[in-house]
Design a protein around this ligand. Sequence first.
Ligand code: NI
Length: 396
Amino acid sequence: MTTTAESIAPLHAEMTAWRRDLHAHPELGFQEARTAGLVAQRLESFGIEVVRGVGRTGVVGTLRAGTSGRAVGLRADMDALPIAEANAFAHRSRHAGLMHACGHDGHTAMLLGAARHLAQTRRFDGIVHFIFQPAEEGLGGARAMIEDGLFERFPCEAVFGMHNRPSLGVGRFAVRSGPMMAGGAFFDIHVTGRGSHGARPEAGVDSALVAAQIAVSLQSIVARNVAPLQSAVLSVTRIQAGDAYNVIPQSASLGGTVRAFSRDVMRLVEDSMRRVAAGTAEAFGARAELDFRELFAPTVNHPEEAEFAARICTELVGAEQVERQPPLNMASEDFSYMLERVPGCYLNIGNGGAEGGCEVHNPGYDFNDAALPLGAAFFARLVETRFPARGAAAVA
Ligand code: NI
């Protein structure tokens, strides 16, 4: 007998309570002390071996059943965002200016539910590493765990991660092979001119004018350097120069973000930006330096693991509830770094349909608890199917 959303339903009330407690106590990346503590305590109470402090505030739980040495990694993220919550319900954030606006509270509760269920039932032959990752929201939590030896200390033949999607109804999944989400970088360009009196431009080099020219010229990169059938986004989201009305500023800066679905396109954009920034500045007698920081690799699913995840989803909810060609998303996800190390798949679980439901990163967002049993069932069934218990066929 393999797990279904119905067979895991007895844990629904408990998962909901965990999820709402996490929602009420959001913590930013690498500050998830309370969250990580609760996760570790609960895993231990299920009889699961726990290692704390993997990648600073990360937690890994390991469950073994049978005799097989094959292992799979299941990953949830734990961090919240610096957003002031607009909701008024009882489980709203108790921490001013912080909230779980991306549903990581739900991801953590679903993986804990799967851990509890698998520890109780143990209908598999192999090893599961439950990976509770800190700091997914641009602070490098996945990389911190990897650099702390995640896959050397807890070797996995495959790794799976799941994120809620409010635009997808509860009871549905979306999964595809290949690119799923874009890679992302943040950049700053520092322009140095020569300050002078606002009425005597001939005595200076106007860094504000140079910054404006660079902002315009950067827009030629996606339009003219990236091949039309590739995609990329380059957004200048901040420009700063000067403090006075009568001073031509000595220096100026621009900042923003770049997104692309491949490492090659990301590199092309970065190289082009360096050339455009330096060359434009030089044309005006100024200097410009680009600081380009890649924060997220493109999230690219491996074909076999994507097929396997889709099969589990189909068994749980039926083929018509599984979107196999979901639209590409220019947002980013740092599970991408785990997928660069170990074959695996990142998928979406439907979280829409709740009253007042809205997109993630909105101050009115709340994870829809109706999705909890299905998410937990996905993880549990994945383990049972990948590592069948000896004699399972005869029992089934
Ligand atoms: Ni998220």
